[in-house]
Design a binder for this molecule. Sequence first.
Ligand SMILES: NC(=O)c1ccc[n+]([C@@H]2O[C@H](COP(=O)([O-])OP(=O)(O)OC[C@H]3O[C@@H](n4cnc5c(N)ncnc54)[C@H](OP(=O)(O)O)[C@@H]3O)[C@@H](O)[C@H]2O)c1
Length: 262
Amino acid sequence: METDHSDKLVILGSGNLAWHLGPALQNAGFTILQVCSRTENSARLLGERLGVEWITDPAGIDEEAGTLVFCISDNAIPDLMCRIELRTRPVLIHTAGSVSLDVFNGIAKESGVLYPLMTFTKDRTLHLQNVPFCIEGSSEYSLALVERMARGISEKIYQINSEERKILHLGGIIASNFSNHMYHLAADFLSARGMDFEILKPLIMETASKIMEMEPAASQTGPASRNDTDVIQDHADLLKDLPELQKIYTFVTDSITNHFNS
Ligand SMILES: NC(=O)c1ccc[n+]([C@@H]2O[C@H](COP(=O)([O-])OP(=O)(O)OC[C@H]3O[C@@H](n4cnc5c(N)ncnc54)[C@H](OP(=O)(O)O)[C@@H]3O)[C@@H](O)[C@H]2O)c1
């Protein structure tokens, strides 16, 4: 009878997600055999964090590995996947929001997706038990494996397909990545005028916490939702030397105005 090695993992990549997912998988009872990542320094740092061997050449991946967990840039998955040649044909799992499970077609015998809907940054402390994990498997076997991984980490598991995951990912980008970019723009705008972004933090906190109890549409305030056209024009004039920011201001203002005044 064939031995099931699926609990013996190799983590591919050593970026923001791998930094958090690696320890979480260890805590969930999985054995991480190695970290394999492109750059020596980041591979070593993650290897040391997990207390496991680290390598930079996929040719050195342990034949004992039953599962390879891709935590690398989405674009790089197909190329790296084709450079891995293991007799044992491990389960291939990726962690991306907008990459279809089909990426493994023709390469993997078994494959799956373990996508945490969260923003991960190295050196941030993050508790993963409430992080939604979206899972998908190419078979009952691989689905059971990703489900076991996810359940060992979080209480919120969603079995969804690649199309649904892409939609969720896009929603997350609009809500989270775009908001963060707005913080970045506001911080630069204030600091160029000798003012500190710190003063905006209570406002940002209340804006985020309000939508835990109210619909986002009901939470909206500001000149665009009130259609205060004089203030809007004044702001656009203030931004005349910052054409990119002026364009964003006008575009977002028009979007809010259209929603509230149509
Ligand atoms: N961070 C998040 O918030 C988050 C959330 C959910 C899912 N994910 C998913 O997690 C995966 C990793 O994202 P991340 O945020 O951890 O990215 P990241 O911090 O930018 O790290 C990317 C990793 O991929 C490696 N890499 C990049 N290009 C490569 C290539 N051509 N060949 C081999 N390795 C390459 C990098 O190697 P180097 O160390 O050499 O640069 C690095 O180890 C992605 O699929 C992403 O969609 C991320």
